[in-house]
Design a binder for this molecule. Structure first.
Ligand code: TRP
Ligand code: SF4
Length: 405
């Protein structure tokens, strides 16, 4: 209920574990690029997260951090509108993680579904570590550090955002009670003007005494529309409205990414661990080779044998790339043996090459200007650090720690 996303900020991270492929592009990146138009976006290289699973051989992390940013940029992440940074270069994330760990019940982490799932699935690594158990909380620290209102995630990460909301709520519950809270609320209310203050108090009363949730919405809308009050006053007033105390760390919402499932060249989900990827930087000849050698419906042994698109791994690519009308024609051609698999695949080959061409051209430019890439990352880190330092100061203060004086 307490979903107050008073800010328009989006935060998301990606692990640097190798070159990006079409699965990343269709599953995550295209969405990131889209979000830049409507939100203030923070995108980061989650190198500490990668270490939670790749701690034995971290070389890939160092090697692929900058490469991953190059792929982001080449695909269309715009450093003029999104802040691009590297997690480990903002050590405040570690501090917030430590501080949040003090209030996080162990059971909350043990119950995160990915914890047991991954431990069962990934057998070649020992994931019985403190870092792996704590990794969703590290993610919470990433999100709360920027007071992000929205977190674009896939299905598997929704539970992590849910954990973040619970941790934020618990944090605000413990530390949102400033000793002079009521007095500060009074001052903030006066800044709204007499009429609005009365409307606000009225809404609060109706909500707290009668549980009137419409009144709660009215109160929130009223606060949203106030121009004269600072962000911290707004947070106090929001907290006073629903009885929670001041909201220091706002609860984020997930933005579930709806994307077409990108199959790999064997028909399973595209993933590096299945060795079935097409990298964003794949040489065009390789793209053609990988697609040409892709298996098709096993019933089509000869050109004259009819096939069934539902039994063909190539069809997953048509779902991503081919218009509905052409798909209908190709399906018909397949079922009647009117077309051969080579003709059918050619549509996919052309579409993939077309899609990759501008990305690869951009990537080449960035690769020729690594200093430029580094300065994009440096600037992003500086901006992120400014925001992170403000949050961590606030957190230190309410948790009884001496801030820098
Ligand atoms: N856990 C995410 C993943 O493994 C990456 C990530 C880390 C993230 N911190 C985040 C995503 C914060 C969204 C928000 O893919
Ligand atoms: Fe697959 Fe197309 Fe061949 Fe049919 S014609 S089996 S859909 S590649």
């Amino acid at each position: 209920m307490n979903t107050i996303s008073q800010n328009n900020r989006v935060l998301s991270g990606m692990r640097p574990t190798g070159l990006l492929h079409l699965g990343h592009y269709h599953g995550v990146l295209k969405n990131w690029i889209e979000l830049q138009h409507s939100y203030e976006c923070f995108y980061f290289v989650a190198d500490w997260h990668a270490l939670t699973t790749h701690y034995e051989d971290p070389s890939i992390i160092g090697e692929s951090s900058r490469d991953m940013v190059i792929d982001w940029l080449a695909a269309g992440v715009n450093p003029g509108s999104a802040t691009i940074f590297v997690q480990s270069r903002i050590p405040e994330h570690a501090e917030l993680h430590t501080l949040l760990s003090m209030i996080t019940p162990l059971g909350w982490l043990e119950r995160v579904p990915s914890y047991k799932d991954q431990q069962e699935k990934i057998k070649d690594k020992d994931l019985d570590t403190y870092g792996f158990l704590g990794y969703p909380l590290l993610q919470s620290a990433d999100i709360l550090m920027y007071k992000a209102g929205f977190v674009p995630v896939g299905e598997d990460q929704v539970a992590h955002v849910e954990l973040t909301r619970e941790v934020a709520r618990r944090f605000n519950h413990f530390y949102g009670r400033e000793p002079d809270f009521e007095a500060k609320v009074g001052v903030a209310m006066r800044k709204m003007g007499r009429k609005n203050a009365r409307l606000y108090q009225d809404a609060r009363k109706r909500y707290q005494e009668q549980g009137d949730t419409d009144a709660l919405q009215i109160g929130r809308a009223l606060l949203e529309s106030q121009q004269n009050i600072s962000l911290s006053d707004r947070e106090r007033l929001l907290g006073y409205l629903d009885g929670e105390g001041r909201i220091i760390l706002p609860e984020p919402q997930s933005l579930l990414t709806v994307s077409s499932k990108m199959p790999g060249v064997d028909g399973q989900k595209m993933s590096k661990s299945y060795n079935n990827t097409i990298a964003l930087r794949e040489e065009p000849d390789e793209v053609v080779r990988k697609l040409k050698t892709m298996p098709t419906d096993p019933a089509r042994v000869r050109r004259t044998d009819p096939g069934d698109p539902d039994k063909c791994p190539v069809w997953g690519f048509h779902d991503v790339y081919t218009s509905e009308q052409t798909r209908a024609e190709l399906a018909e051609g397949c079922r009647t043996a009117g077309i051969g698999c080579i003709d059918c695949k050619q549509h996919v080959i052309d579409a993939v090459l077309d899609e990759l061409k501008p990305i690869q051209r951009n990537a080449r430019e960035y690769l020729n200007d690594l200093a430029g890439v580094d300065s994009i990352i440096n600037e992003g880190c500086e901006h992120a650090r400014d925001v992170a330092q403000d949050t961590i100061e606030e957190v230190r203060k309410v948790m009884g720690l001496a801030g820098r004086r």
